[in-house]
Write a protein that binds this ligand. Structure first.
Ligand code: GTP
Ligand code: MG
Length: 197
């Protein structure tokens, strides 16, 4: 799939105020600072579409972007970063979970994990919650430019070993970098396939 157009639509704290769920939607979720907003920019080829920051907790709202006038891409606040207060973290998590559980046009949620980190409890818990709610998700490994090929393969194998404890099947997985654009095309094609073109 080619990205011809990518535009910001709205930012919300309330799911009820999000754009009408009339077209397919895909969401990016994951720990704060994992690279959600950066990957949205790499994905769309627009460097300033989603706000990024080296300080965790940058994205605090449910942000909708419309792609090719055909589908929505949604950038969500990150979870689980210790530098954000517990109250704030809980507030974001409630908002995000309400969004995910009620958004009827959501085709797939991409759970982003930093390729350099061992599987983290809050990511695994989050995936378990997605499973309980029967919400389809895929895993995106981010910041692959920070590791060599050997370590990338090792990290993915470690993740799979951990997932096997909980899951009978693996979700789709993508190895990406916003820095050198690794995997960005695979992601575009994956979404294109689900959308049916
Ligand atoms: P929150 O909105 O705070 O939840 O964070 P986020 O997940 O949206 O992360 P963001 O895209 O703002 O990126 C966080 C930091 O990681 C920034 O300093 C980015 O430059 C850096 N970063 C993101 N993606 C990559 C990547 O693929 N490679 C490298 N080397 N750095 C990255
Ligand atoms: Mg962000």
């Amino acid at each position: 799939m080619k990205i011809k157009e990518a535009e910001f639509v709205t930012s919300n704290t309330d799911v009820a105020k999000c754009p009408e769920p009339k077209i397919p939607e895909y969401a990016f979720i994951g720990r704060s600072n994992v690279g959600k907003s950066s990957l949205i920019n790499a994905f769309t080829g627009k460097t300033k579409l989603a706000k990024t920051s080296s300080t965790p907790g940058k994205t605090q709202l449910i942000n909708h972007f419309i792609i090719n006038n055909e589908w929505y891409l949604c950038d969500l606040p990150g979870y689980g970063y210790a530098q954000v207060s517990k109250t704030e973290r809980e507030k974001f998590m409630r908002m995000v979970k309400k969004y995910l559980a009620s958004r009827e046009n959501l085709m797939c949620t991409f759970v982003l994990v930093d390729i350099r980190h061992e599987p983290l409890k809050n990511d695994l818990d989050f995936m378990a919650w997605m499973g309980e709610k029967e919400l389809p998700f895929a895993i995106i490994f981010t910041k692959a430019d920070k590791l060599g090929q050997g370590k990338i393969s090792k990290a993915v194998a470690t993740y799979k070993r951990e997932l096997k404890k909980q899951w009978e099947e693996f979700p789709p997985m993508f190895i990406t970098s916003s820095e050198d654009k690794t995997g960005v095309n695979d992601l575009r094609n994956y979404i294109g396939e689900i959308n049916g073109y």
